[in-house]
Design a protein. Structure first.
Length: 491
């Protein structure tokens, strides 16, 4: 059953199955019910894990790299054939503008499968010839093997993009997966299950279980003894919970967690490019991207100008129906998340912030008044001692702070427990390289934002996560190498 239907079921061993109960998925645009979702109980999660194990013990476990490459390319082709269905699923769940879903989410989903097919096709095993003093030699080479059954837990902000970012390399390396999408965004995972079946992915290789965290599918999956690894993107606190859950079994984990990302704008920056880039990095997807900027440090001579120009950018954003041509900005994911964001905005004012623009809930009129809308918001007047400048808000908000020297800018940007991403804006490329390298983050941009090569490492430090994904880093995580050492003829 597709995501366009009113009922979203679990997908186990190549079949859609009902759960132990159902829950409603509500649209963040207008509060209407998008779908009724079947929640998986512990028994169904166990069946999904066993289905993955049986697939590994069967024909899937004997596939060659070339066979998996051809399969991933068929999946990419099928994603493109179901492009509009996936767009509708993403928009229904998240409320993001259609343009964004088309240009980013679904386009990248197909790209992820093709990219990892290409990467695994051209990545060979390591091999070394060891020479001994007596003239003897030995050949050492690695045999990469799949980890096994991988639990894939993805968030609600970029549900399809991040799902395929994990599933594509996992399948490329020969694993089976059990996917637990966010309860807020279950639809595209169901359509992707249909895509997998249509593309010929063997039964049990790709499974989907719906539900929540504690006491539900999330906990059942992370504590299951048959799961060989967990990959998770989401909140830092949830990552800590998962870490404790897998500790007894010593399972490998890959975590991409939260961020409190900084941008540094020097006075010599091209301000047209900087302001345009800052507008994207603060407000894209209503600020609900782990890489979004929430702290902006601006060199004092251009501080007022940057604040003024960003105010104009924020005021020009247009909220409305995701299908309306002029819509630039969607709602937050839910009323519950909006309450959290509003609490931060209220605290900012209590701590002495000067609100530059936004700061409240917009009145969009009948038809949209039941949605989780929030005004794009900027403030000044706070420093790094403020709670709202230290904790992740995950909304279309940012605080702007002046600085007077390069060392001060670096110190301010690094004054955080998070370490995901940073941006440096300057016309001095020598300084750009220097400052970017000093950022204690996993990803550091100079004069751009969200520019990605899928072969490069993706991830963070501190509260922002453990491990790296992307390119060879993903293939290394989803594989377990065995070293084979053969003594060659010699004295």
């Amino acid at each position: 059953m597709g995501a366009s239907r009113s009922s979203l079921r679990n997908f186990v061993r190549g079949r859609f199955v009902e759960g132990i109960s159902t829950f409603e998925k509500v649209s963040p645009v207008d509060g209407s019910v998008v779908a009724v979702v079947h929640e998986a109980g512990s028994g169904l999660v166990d069946a999904a894990v066993r289905a993955g194990r049986e697939a590994l013990e069967g024909s899937w476990g004997r596939t060659t790299v070339a066979e998996r490459v051809r399969l991933l390319r068929r999946v990419a082709d099928t994603v493109e054939a179901r492009f509009d269905d996936l767009v509708r699923a993403e928009v229904a769940d998240t409320g993001k503008p259609v343009r964004l879903a088309r240009e980013l989410d679904v386009t990248r989903a197909a790209m992820n499968f093709r990219s990892f097919a290409d990467m695994v096709a051209c990545t060979g095993p390591e091999a070394f010839v060891t020479e001994f003093g007596n003239g003897g030699r030995a050949l050492n080479y690695t045999v990469p093997k799949p980890l096994g059954v991988v639990g894939v837990i993805v968030p609600w902000n970029l549900p399809l993009l991040l799902l395929t970012w994990k599933v594509a390399p996992a399948l490329a390396c020969g694993n089976a997966v059990v996917v637990k999408p966010s309860e807020e965004t279950p639809s595209s995972a169901v359509v992707l299950a249909e895509v997998m079946a249509e593309a010929g992915v063997p039964d049990g290789v790709f499974n989907v279980v719906h539900g929540f965290g504690a006491g539900s599918a999330g906990e059942f999956l992370t504590t299951h003894p048959g799961v060989d690894a967990i990959t998770f993107t989401g909140e830092s606190r949830t990552g800590s919970t998962i870490m404790r859950a897998v500790a007894d079994h010593v399972r490998p984990v890959s975590f991409e967690l939260g961020g409190k990302n900084a941008a540094v704008v020097f006075a010599d920056a091209d301000l047209d490019r900087a302001v345009e880039g800052l507008s994207r990095s603060i407000f894209t997807n209503t600020g609900q991207v782990c890489l979004c900027t929430e702290r902006v440090y601006v060199e004092r001579p251009v501080f007022d100008e940057v604040v003024s120009r960003l105010r104009e950018k924020a005021a020009s954003l247009r909220m409305g129906s995701p299908y309306a041509a002029g819509t630039t900005t969607g709602p937050l994911i839910s009323l519950g998340h909006r309450a959290k964001v509003v609490s931060f905005l209220e605290r900012a004012v209590q701590e002495g912030a000067d609100v530059v623009v936004g700061g409240g809930i917009p009145d969009l009129g009948p038809g949209l008044d039941g949605g989780a809308w929030i005004e794009p918001t900027l403030w000044t007047g706070l420093d790094n001692s403020s709670r709202v400048m230290r904790e992740e808000v995950f909304g279309p908000v940012a605080g702007l702070v002046p600085f007077d020297s390069e060392p001060e800018a670096v110190s301010l940007a690094n004054d955080t427990e998070y370490g995901l991403a940073a941006v440096v804006w300057t016309s001095d490329l020598e300084r750009g390289h220097r400052v970017a390298q000093q950022m204690r983050v996993g990803m550091s941009w100079v004069n751009d934002w969200y520019l990605r090569d899928l072969r490069s490492p993706f991830g963070g430090t501190g509260l922002s996560g453990i491990g790296r994904e992307g390119g060879r880093h993903s293939l290394d995580f989803y594989s377990e190498p065995t070293n084979v050492c053969v003594r060659l003829a010699g004295p």
